[in-house]
Design a protein around this ligand. Sequence first.
Ligand SMILES: C[S@@+](CC[C@H](N)C(=O)[O-])C[C@H]1O[C@@H](n2cnc3c(N)ncnc32)[C@H](O)[C@@H]1O
Length: 402
Amino acid sequence: VKTIKLQREVQSFYFQNRLNLNADICEVTLRPFAGEWVLYTSQSDAYIGFANTTMERPSFFMVKRISKEETKLYLEKDESEVASEIIKELLTKSIHYRLNILPYGEHARMVYGVADFLPGLIIDSYVNLVMVQINTAGLDRFRKNIEEILQKFFPSKKIFFLDNEQQRKKEGLPLFDKIEAKEALEIVDGKLQLEIQPSAWQKNGYYYDHRDNRLSFYQKLTDLKLELNNGLDLFCYLGSWGMTALKAGVKNFDFVDQANLKEQFDVNLQKNHLMGRGSFHHSDVFNFLDQKIREKAHYDVVVSDPPSFAKSLDKKPQAIQGYKKLHKKIFQVLKSSSVVCFASCTHYVSAQEFESTIMDAALSERKKLKLIDTGIQALDHPFVNFNDKSYYLKYFVYLLSE
Ligand SMILES: C[S@@+](CC[C@H](N)C(=O)[O-])C[C@H]1O[C@@H](n2cnc3c(N)ncnc32)[C@H](O)[C@@H]1O
């Protein structure tokens, strides 16, 4: 194992899951090959990790902190042996953590990148499939090992590799031939059982991240003794929010998504015994809301769970404007007594900034609010603190009153 000297102490980075080291922190004398596992040493600390210096922007990742005494041991070991041992240890630990979360069991995000000390690795496990995404050279070299470990944990499931083109290009990784899945993805999430055909899969297949918030929303809707007749699920994908609300007693829901999911939606409505209580609208959400505002339509419940509005920090102002615009329109279609859930998955917009977009919109629409629920991402998407790169999900529920 080669050594890379650190120019600074990085303990505080490590304990806050900031595993990505900058080029100026590392003093590289012996150049590692792409994805080579190395020993990082500083005055007081040592870490095993991997590096990729073949790209214009080199990447250096810490993975495991080791004691100064252990460094000698590692220096004598074979590089790939060290890598396979540590991958096995960390992967096993991540999977055990999820399997011990009572309501999730085998249906969860099993690995969430740096949050599990496995930078660039995302693994989602469903009823019949395990979806794997690898975006770093240090882990891509061990695809076979990862597959074998997963197969041992989930012998009856198919292991399926998905390439994220953009991320892989950044690390100079090849794109593998697309293997088309034949079967539908089967999903268990809270109160729901869902399926999605491969042609309609988004990202890793499904968004588990709001699962705990959905259950909390269900609880709030059942606790409040309100007469809730009609609801609206915006950016609905498979309709998980609206279907959960239907299960909580709302009579009917409109579901809106720009993706053509009508057929899939009907299958899932049936699977959940909700036939006749939901309509899917294949439309842009902003156009749909404008139409409803023109028609003077009003809802008892609205949920808004859009995609990320900013993929980089410089897009943050547009994201904030986007939320304000969206939230103003939503307030215009809410009844004077109603429930509204606003969600955001934009990492670059903080919870406070997101909350301000709701407050500004409520003020300009003259709405009186009570904040009745808030939430973060589910237990299988862990993070350390609100500045953590792995933190992104916000959930706010309000009661509107006259
Ligand atoms: C974060 S996902 C929503 C997840 C979903 N609410 C759930 O609980 O699984 C965002 C969804 O918004 C849809 N979408 C993105 N932009 C849209 C737009 N302008 N109008 C309608 N749907 C949109 C995407 O097709 C995607 O299904």
